[in-house]
Ligand binder design. Structure first.
Ligand SMILES: Nc1ncnc2c1ncn2[C@@H]1O[C@H](COP(=O)(O)OP(=O)(O)OP(=O)(O)O)[C@@H](O)[C@H]1O
Ligand SMILES: [Mg+2]
Length: 506
């Protein structure tokens, strides 16, 4: 199906509105989805994208407006009903059960049954291998999800949606954690699905992706649809302008000064792979970060970036080597030690490590810095609230108030809360793992500004990022990791995408 006439509207949402206490997430939004087409949806953090998708996929049952599937009015009572009607969703936040296998996760609630009425594991594993094969993810179907990297978990989420043979697949930021190679595989799959008539609803903050897969575009701003049109002919600037509602100034300008004082020194650090004395996640790492410096670390998936930050933060007590903070050797064998030594860590997977989602923003921000709000031995609500209010203001967090639960914030705003939590501990060194993942283009600039200000105030910052333009823009110095070793070091002025990539490829 390539011919435009054959593309029919299969799903139509009319005047959808959704209110949460204190916020109108969606207001009178119309959306028409055609078969055989990729329909991209963009908008700033908190614009309402995920909320709209949750309505279409049966997660939310209460909303105003109407939804039609093949011309029939529908009202799903739950996500299972939406799946039966052929609508699958890959959620923005990973939703897998960590202590179950990949196959069990993919077939959860619809396990194949054999003729004796038991779960047919053979069939389940074979089917799992087939869909993992489409995605070229080479792991056994029995692998526990908890042992997978974030990127691999995201691919399992995609596999789960694919295994449903849906007619409409909603992808809410499916590529936020996967490698470029994995993105290419996903895009080839999307093209294939579309040619078979499947409709894809695609949400992303990465505008280059739109041009690679998108055909139609809908822009949401503050819960309203501001435009819906074909993508062809629109420039990047046109799209950003529609999203933000005005021209946004050019990129941020770095203006912090790096001092000569070394704040963090990592000496001869190695991390063996568990049970193996000859294979290493990290090998002979020597690095330092100065006060007021942003040290960028680039590496491909699996190069050891996350392991490096985790080890500095005390999560791998089996590592060898040592760490000095401001010239003093410190023993860091747990996160408590790391925090006490003045290290803050914003992890890659905010859901698993950074936030306790069912807490209010006020509690979340204070989590790692209880001491500051413990007044005469009691947890002072007033102090906690002041602290939260300060960071909501400082980081421009979009929320209905400090009592809002973190899980109900939009993805990008959740990321800001994680950052706030660590800033509240007044660290000397801040480790940032992909801090702008899932953050919209405007908020990204805000985060760059924040990193810049933090460096200016004297923090040493290690920034791990898989986005080269980001590293090139904000790091003062760049280290390249490949297979657990540092393979190159560049000052910002001498670094280029080509040089860095060359050093990163094993
Ligand atoms: N369950 C909820 N309870 C209260 N408010 C909510 C809930 N879910 C979403 N919101 C609010 O609704 C608005 C829209 O959120 P939504 O998650 O749809 O944004 P988004 O466009 O997906 O953003 P992002 O790009 O950051 O993922 C935000 O202001 C958010 O705080
Ligand atoms: Mg979202």
């Amino acid at each position: 199906m390539t011919n435009n006439e054959e593309k029919k509207i299969i799903l139509s949402a009319k005047k959808i509105s959704k209110r949460f206490p204190g916020v109108t997430a969606l207001e009178d939004v119309d959306l028409d989805i055609k078969s055989g087409q990729v329909h991209a949806i963009v908008g700033e953090n908190g614009a309402g994208k995920s909320t709209l998708m949750k309505i279409l996929s049966g997660v939310y049952q209460h909303y105003d407006g109407q939804i039609f599937l093949d011309g029939q009015k529908i009202a799903f009572k739950n996500p299972a009903e939406a799946r039966q009607a052929g609508i699958a969703i890959i959620h923005q936040e990973l939703n897998l059960l960590p202590h179950m296998s990949v196959a069990e996760n993919i077939f959860l609630g619809r396990e194949p049954i054999n003729r004796f009425g038991f779960i047919d594991y053979n069939k389940m594993h074979t089917k799992t291998r087939t869909v993992l094969g489409y995605l070229k993810l080479d792991i056994p179907a029995t692998t526990l999800v908890s042992s997978l990297r974030v990127g691999q978990q995201q691919i399992v989420e995609i596999a789960k949606a694919l295994s449903l043979d849906a007619r409409i697949i909603i992808m809410d930021e499916p590529t936020s954690a996967i490698s470029e190679q994995e993105v290419a595989i996903l895009f080839a799959l999307i093209k294939d699905l579309v040619s078979k008539g499947v409709a894809i609803i695609y949400i992303t903050h990465k505008l280059d992706e739109l041009y690679k897969v998108g055909e139609h575009l809908t822009v949401l701003r503050d819960g309203k649809r501001v435009d819906s049109c074909l993508l062809a002919g629109l420039s990047r600037d046109d799209i950003v302008k529609k999203m933000v509602g005005r021209d946004i100034g050019n990129y941020f300008v770095k203006n912090h000064q790096t001092s000569q004082d070394v704040v963090l020194h990592v000496v001869e650090m190695s991390l063996p792979q568990s049970g193996q004395s000859t294979r290493f996640f990290l090998r002979d790492i020597n690095l330092h970060v100065n006060k007021g410096e942003v040290l960028g670390i680039f590496g491909l998936m699996g190069a050891g970036r996350t392991e490096l930050l985790e080890t500095i933060f005390g999560l791998h007590p089996e590592a060898t080597g040592h760490i000095k903070i401001a010239g003093h050797q410190v023993s860091i064998t747990s996160p408590e030690h790391a925090i006490a030594a003045g290290i803050g860590y914003v992890p890659e997977d905010r859901k698993r490590e950074g936030l306790i989602l069912s807490m209010s923003i006020a509690h979340c921000v204070s989590l790692a810095c209880i001491a500051q709000i413990l007044q005469y031995g009691f947890l002072s609500t007033a102090r906690e609230n002041r602290l939260a209010a300060k960071y909501i203001d400082k980081l421009n967090i979009k929320t209905s108030g400090i009592a809002q639960n973190v899980e109900t914030l939009s993805g990008g705003n959740q990321q800001k809360v994680v950052l706030a939590k660590w800033l509240a501990t007044h660290p000397k060194v801040l480790l940032l793992d992909e801090p702008t993942r899932g953050i919209d283009i405007n908020a990204k600039n805000e985060v760059y500004q924040i990193i810049n200000q933090l460096a200016q105030s004297g923090l040493g910052i290690i920034l791990v990022s898989s986005e080269l333009p980001e590293i090139l823009a904000i790091a003062d110095r760049i280290l390249v990791l490949s297979r657990g070793r540092i393979t190159a070091e560049y000052a910002q002025q001498e670094a280029s995408e080509e040089k860095i990539l060359k050093a990163a490829i094993p």
